[in-house]
Write a protein that binds this ligand. Structure first.
Ligand SMILES: Cc1cc2nc3c(=O)[nH]c(=O)nc-3n(C[C@H](O)[C@H](O)[C@H](O)COP(=O)(O)OP(=O)(O)OC[C@H]3O[C@@H](n4cnc5c(N)ncnc54)[C@H](O)[C@@H]3O)c2cc1C
Length: 315
């Protein structure tokens, strides 16, 4: 299967804010990291134009430009950034053991430490109009994009804790929030449901689904359908927040690393350590709670420090 084997000190899988920050710290600590970027070089932020909340950019920045800056910074200290996907892993259980990672099905990397920053992917409904208007009013992140809809009317799709949290967050910023709940009840905890019901400017439409997002280049409204009566009606809104969950990119780690029921990697205590010595996880792949570029970058820094200390402890 493998036609080449390469032995390195530190392998970073993924090129989002967590991966590049880990790379900056690991290369400055002389771990000579090699990064495989995956198919989405730069990660999720390359799918958005405006990043307004990352510290250090007083006028905001473009997501792709910001990730290019992070890449250049990592390369300045010697990180080798390569395009490629990790397709299989065989992690050692031994302290000081060598971890084997297959790249693109044919190249094998043997690494003393591995930092996993493969992120998570937001789920969408799959409507053509939703796809077309992503970035033009359709978003999967209220914390990231809510501010752009200040004092405006928005829709939140979803009925779980995340949807309820996003709706209450948006209610503080927006004029009115309409929640579309597919069933006739919430999946969110009772406490979150109460918070939604107590919030005056949230209206909940039960048995209601998004039929189409309206607008050519920007969102001008939505058409919703009552799944009991099949009646449709339009609601004028400028923002549509899809809050139906995320899928962590952890398929290749199944059976190798501890994960929770939703597939997020489990890290131990206040560290980025996984259950395998020398394997660390940072960013959205281990964080279903905060999911922000700055928190991903923070844990990326932690992972590089954890990797450096782990190698130091072996000497
Ligand atoms: C539309 C949108 C707008 C957003 N706006 C903001 C914002 O304004 N502010 C903010 O703070 N946050 C924002 N976020 C959230 C932010 O993008 C994420 O929290 C952050 O990118 C997570 O970083 P990460 O490094 O953990 O992973 P990601 O950015 O998800 O990157 C994961 C990386 O892993 C790679 N990868 C996956 N599988 C493999 C594999 N098998 N082998 C190799 N590589 C692999 C991918 O190619 C990618 O490079 C936004 C998210 C979205 C979707």
């Amino acid at each position: 299967m493998s036609d080449t084997i390469e032995r390195i000190k530190c392998l970073i899988i993924g090129s989002g804010p967590a991966g590049y920050t880990a790379a900056i710290y690991a290369s400055r600590a002389d771990l000579k990291p090699v990064m495989y970027t995956g198919m989405q070089m730069g990660g999720q932020l390359t799918t958005t134009t405006e990043v307004d909340n990352f510290p250090g950019y007083p006028n905001g920045t473009d997501g792709t430009a910001m990730m290019e800056d992070l890449k250049n910074q990592a390369e300045r200290f010697g990180t080798e950034v390569r395009f490629g996907m990790a397709t299989a892993v065989d992690f050692s259980d031994e302290i000081g053991g060598i971890h084997k990672v297959t790249i693109d099905g044919n190249k094998q990397i043997e690494a003393e430490t591995v930092i996993i920053t493969t992120g998570a992917t937001a789920k969408y409904l799959g409507l053509e109009s939703e796809e077309r208007l992503k970035g033009g009013g359709v978003s999967a992140c209220a914390t990231c994009d809510g501010f752009f809809y200040r004092k405006q009317d928005v829709i939140v799709v979803g009925a779980g804790d995340t949807a309820a949290e996003e709706a209450t967050y948006l209610a503080n910023i927006c004029n009115k929030v309409t929640m579309l709940v597919r069933k006739d009840y919430f999946r969110a905890s009772k406490a979150m449901e109460k918070r939604v019901n107590r919030t005056e400017n949230i209206e909940v439409l039960y048995n209601t689904e998004l039929d189409e997002v309206l607008g050519d280049n920007v969102v001008e409204g939505v058409r919703v359908v009552n799944n009991q009566t099949q009646e449709k009606h339009e609601i004028p809104v400028t923002g549509v927040f899809i809050a139906i969950g995320h899928t962590p990119n952890t398929d290749i780690f199944k059976g190798q690393l501890e994960m929770n029921d939703a597939g997020y990697l489990i890290t131990h205590g206040k560290s980025t350590k996984t259950n395998k010595p020398g394997v660390f996880a940072a960013g959205d792949v281990q964080d279903h709670e905060y999911r922000q570029a700055v928190t991903a970058a923070g844990t990326g820094c932690m992972a590089a420090l954890d990797a450096e200390r782990y190698l130091g402890s072996l000497e």
